[in-house]
Design a protein around this ligand. Structure first.
Ligand code: 1GP
Length: 252
């Protein structure tokens, strides 16, 4: 079964997933990466997302290889640009930054990446990527040269997601930006959730079990956790228990 089918089936069954984000720039210590891998494995995490807005090191391949050598959790590229493609990954979030109006990130980088992805026969996950304002300028907003959607403009976010779905995008990803002070509000997640049918991914600033629970209850199908695990790796255990409990309930 493809990764997209797995995500879609979980969505249809009302089940939730967790993705751990590994920013290769932040795992310069191999011990740190191994610890994260072990933790993800013990807690039955569903996916690794690998990538970042700006990579200053050339360790993307090494990071993916280390993950693949140690666990069987699928590795999904979460690229900041068409240069962040590695054939060892299982799939790629083919992100079109639909909250912004930067043509290069709506279609330009994709044109450059398409032949390479085809030659690698990599699974492509067409994703409407939406930045939501989180109070301060995020790296991704700055690097992408786009303005995030204001966090109280629920209609704009919902219509943007709907347009993305109508264009044929298979996932919608709401992102407050890595390390965001404010995670995306339950009201914003719910507004988008009720407007679209495709699976909804939510990330950025989820650093407590309460924020994770709020995102799940509001309708996120998958939550992405990165930054918080650097400070508090045990958070992953707490959040995975929440997701496990949710999924048990969904089976009843
Ligand atoms: C960022 O959504 C991801 O693009 C995850 O954010 O690092 O804040 O968890 P955090």
């Amino acid at each position: 079964m493809s990764i997209l089918e797995v995500i879609q089936r979980r969505h249809q069954a009302g089940k939730k997933s967790i993705a751990v984000l590994v920013d290769p720039d932040k795992v310069n210590d191999p011990g740190k990466l191994r610890h994260l891998i072990d933790l993800a494995n013990e807690n039955c995490i569903d996916f690794f997302f690998v990538g970042g807005s700006l990579l200053t090191r050339s360790n993307l391949s090494q990071v993916i290889q280390t993950i693949k050598e140690n666990v069987s959790i699928p590795v999904v590229l979460f690229p900041g640009s068409s240069q962040q493609i590695d054939p060892a990954a299982d799939a790629i979030l083919f992100l079109s930054l639909i909250s912004g109006r930067n043509p290069d990130l709506l279609i330009g980088q994709h044109v450059q990446a398409a032949p390479l992805l085809r030659s690698y026969r990599m699974e492509v996950l067409p994703t409407g990527y939406m930045l939501i304002n989180s109070g301060k300028l995020s790296s991704v907003a700055y690097i992408s040269n786009t303005i995030p959607i204001p966090d109280d403009k629920y209609d704009i976010a919902a219509c943007t997601a709907l347009a993305g779905q109508m264009l044929g995008l298979r996932l919608i990803y709401l992102d407050a930006g890595s390390g965001a002070e404010r995670a995306i509000s339950a009201k914003m997640i719910a507004a988008v959730r009720k407007t679209i049918d495709v699976p909804l991914v939510v990330g950025g600033g989820i650093n407590t079990r309460e924020k994770a629970q709020a995102a799940l209850e509001a309708g996120a199908d998958m939550i992405v956790i990165g930054n918080a695990l650097e400070k508090d790796p045990d958070l992953l255990t707490e959040i995975s228990e929440q997701v496990y409990a949710w999924n048990q309930q969904a089976e009843k």
